[in-house]
Design a protein around this ligand. Sequence first.
Ligand code: 5GP
Length: 207
Amino acid sequence: MRTKGLLIVVSGPSGAGKGTICKELLNRRDDINISVSATTREPRNGEKHGVNYFFLGRDEFESGIEKDAFLEHATVYNNLYGTPKDYVMEKVNAGEDVLLEIDIQGALQVKERYPEGVFIFILPPSYEELRKRIIGRGSETEESLKTRFSSAYDEIKLVNHYDYFIINDEVDKATDLMVSIIVAERNRVMGNVEEIMRTFKKEEKGC
Ligand code: 5GP
């Protein structure tokens, strides 16, 4: 019945657990597409080109920017990241939902270009918990721990640009909330009136 799919944008500070929730959401639902981003960062162990990211050289990425190939792009921790525009818009225009897990700068750009997106902000239960999670990953250097932790407040301040917030206390509960938001958004009247009226056009006989 829906003409357009949802563009669901998920962000939140590092350590809030947005990656885990998105993974769990995709495990549960096969009717949501994930957008694979492009990045100039080096692949980590086990990461595959085209699956985790499209790993591009800086020149290649910059030529993508010139060609307007990205719906948004941003520098995150000294690397470029961007959302391939064609894939996302083709799916959304074909009535399919697409999930973007991107940083806040990128989310604000998407909001400018596509305000009808659904913007969801993932929060940790507290700063203490955020600190524990970032340290617990064990993958960050002392320097990057500091950067990630000190950006958290600046990022959380931007929550007012989002439509929904989810406190990630337990992954299962947080994912339940995400599903509820998506289901509710799919049934919004706004944006679907034409399609509803096309389906229920006046019959010759009857009502
Ligand atoms: P990581 O390198 O750890 O996979 O990701 C680092 C950060 O980049 C995360 O906050 C992630 O959400 C963000 N990110 C991943 N893909 C994109 C993208 O396409 N655009 C933007 N703006 N941020 C992204």
